[in-house]
Write a protein that binds this ligand. Structure first.
Ligand code: URA
Length: 442
């Protein structure tokens, strides 16, 4: 087989055979295909898309590039959650320990920052010494004793996604439905779950900006999951503004810890509780969403969710003392306050731009070898719908770069008007194998 011919075939919008997809993925993983050819292939897929069969074959090729984790030794339900990514989306850090504290197993294989969105692995690794590079044996051991383990793709587990994910991040090929499907579902099938809750973001801070595209993606993900005999459902949630107030790796750990200890961050907790409740329902742990939400509140109030987070951090080598005393963490060299240029109401925040600025401050990568600054990021003091006076603080930017322009750019992401606007519902729809249910209450 000839790799140039495979790229050309996709570039010309022809369907690839299963053998061609397997060849491409295997040879890339064996270092017989260079990054530049894989990048050209990814760009061809970005422009031409893939058929349902190609998508399934690509997902299978990713899975078979490594091992599948067998969790049948665990006597209980194995369930996970995965988001397509957003800005300030730290839900997994709260939801994982919260759901695990109720006795469900959470085997979570996550990703790093992708494009302008943050990644769970980078956030976790901002905790000093926290290891996400677990072997399969370590992952299973931690999961069986702690009920939750969070790791990244590795040489053992979906190595194809590990390498292609990093390439997509720096080649503008993130926003491709088939590439997202293969990336997400390969990790989820390989990790050994029974059921999966997907959070498909839409809006100006999401990979899929339009609602209809988010629904299309949800259906494509559910279809592959169902072919692998998994129970998969999806919530379509809004990413029209960052979730919560903190953006950046360590800052997102901080906000998650504060929520686990009882801080009320309404939008973040609305999504976290609803998704946790859907998982409880999927697992047969509760009979209704409201019962599931009550359970979430109870687990936060009685300290079980926070204790589970600490247990996980300890099991994965992380410095628990840093979590117990968040103020010990090193500080950024520069703190740039951002103020409002006028009085009125915040009518929108250009969320994608906020993610890009946070990455430029040091929270993300511009190329494969960039090293992340875990301290870098943004704290929003105001969100959409809030009243603001001229000159009032609306955000603070933290960075080791002496670049005040970043703060000026951040200021421009806020639009301010005279009228207070009504916020769109945060949780827009639920998608299952049977169809799409629009949710009127959020
Ligand atoms: N999450 C993933 O794991 N992969 C994607 O492509 C997008 C979100």
């Amino acid at each position: 087989m000839n790799v140039v011919e495979i790229i050309r075939k996709k570039r010309n919008n022809n369907e690839l055979h299963q053998e061609e997809i397997i060849y491409l993925i295997n040879e890339f993983c064996n270092n017989n295909i260079p990054d530049y050819q894989m990048s050209a292939f990814l760009m061809s897929v970005y422009f031409q898309g893939m058929t349902t069969t190609e998508r399934f074959n690509l997902t299978s090729a990713y899975i078979n590039s490594g091992q599948k984790i067998d969790l049948s030794f665990l006597n209980g339900i194995k369930i996970d959650k995965h988001s397509t990514g957003g800005v300030g989306d730290k839900v997994s850090l709260i939801l994982g320990p919260l759901v695990a504290s109720c006795g469900l197993y959470i085997p979570m294989i996550s990703g790093r920052g992708l494009g302008f969105t943050g990644g769970t692995l980078d956030k976790l690794e901002s905790i000093p010494n926290f290891r996400t590079d677990l072997s399969i044996a370590e992952f299973k051991k931690i999961l069986s004793t702690t009920g939750i383990a969070m790791m990244g793709q590795s040489a053992e587990i979906v190595p194809a996604d590990k390498r292609i994910y990093a390439l997509r991040d720096v080649t503008a090929t993130v926003e491709s439905l088939p590439l997202i499907v293969a990336s997400i579902m390969s990790k989820k099938i390989a990790e050994g779950i029974d059921s999966l809750l997907l959070d498909i973001k839409y809006g100006n801070g999401a990979i899929m900006q339009e609602y209809s595209k988010a629904v299309e993606l949800a259906n494509a993900l559910i279809e592959v999951g169902t072919r692998y005999d998994k129970k998969v459902i999806a919530l379509i949630t809004s990413m029209e503004q960052p979730l919560g107030n903190m953006i950046g790796n360590w800052l997102e750990v901080v906000e998650s810890v504060l929520c686990l200890k009882g801080k009320q961050v309404p939008d973040l907790l609305e999504v976290t509780f609803r998704e946790s409740a859907e998982m409880f329902l999927l697992a047969g742990k509760v009979n209704s969403i409201s019962e599931g939400i009550d359970l979430c509140k109870k687990q936060i109030q009685n300290g079980s969710a926070y204790n589970k987070f600490l247990e996980m951090v300890k099991a994965q080598g992380g410095d628990v003392s840093m979590i117990n005393d968040l103020s010990q963490y090193p500080k950024s060299k520069y703190t740039f306050p951002v103020t409002s240029l006028q009085g009125g109401f915040i009518t929108s925040i250009n969320t994608r731009e906020v993610g890009i600025i946070s990455n430029e401050a040091g929270a993300g990568r511009g190329n494969l070898t960039d090293v992340i600054d875990p301290k870098a990021g943004i704290i929003l003091s105001k969100k959409v719908g809030e009243k603001v006076k001229k000159g009032e603080f609306i955000a603070t930017l933290f960075t080791d770069k002496n670049n005040p322009q970043l703060a000026t750019n951040l200021q421009k992401t806020f639009s301010i008007g005279a009228e207070k606007i009504n916020l769109q519902p945060l949780i827009r729809a639920k998608v299952t194998i049977s169809g799409v249910e629009e949710l009127t209450i959020s």
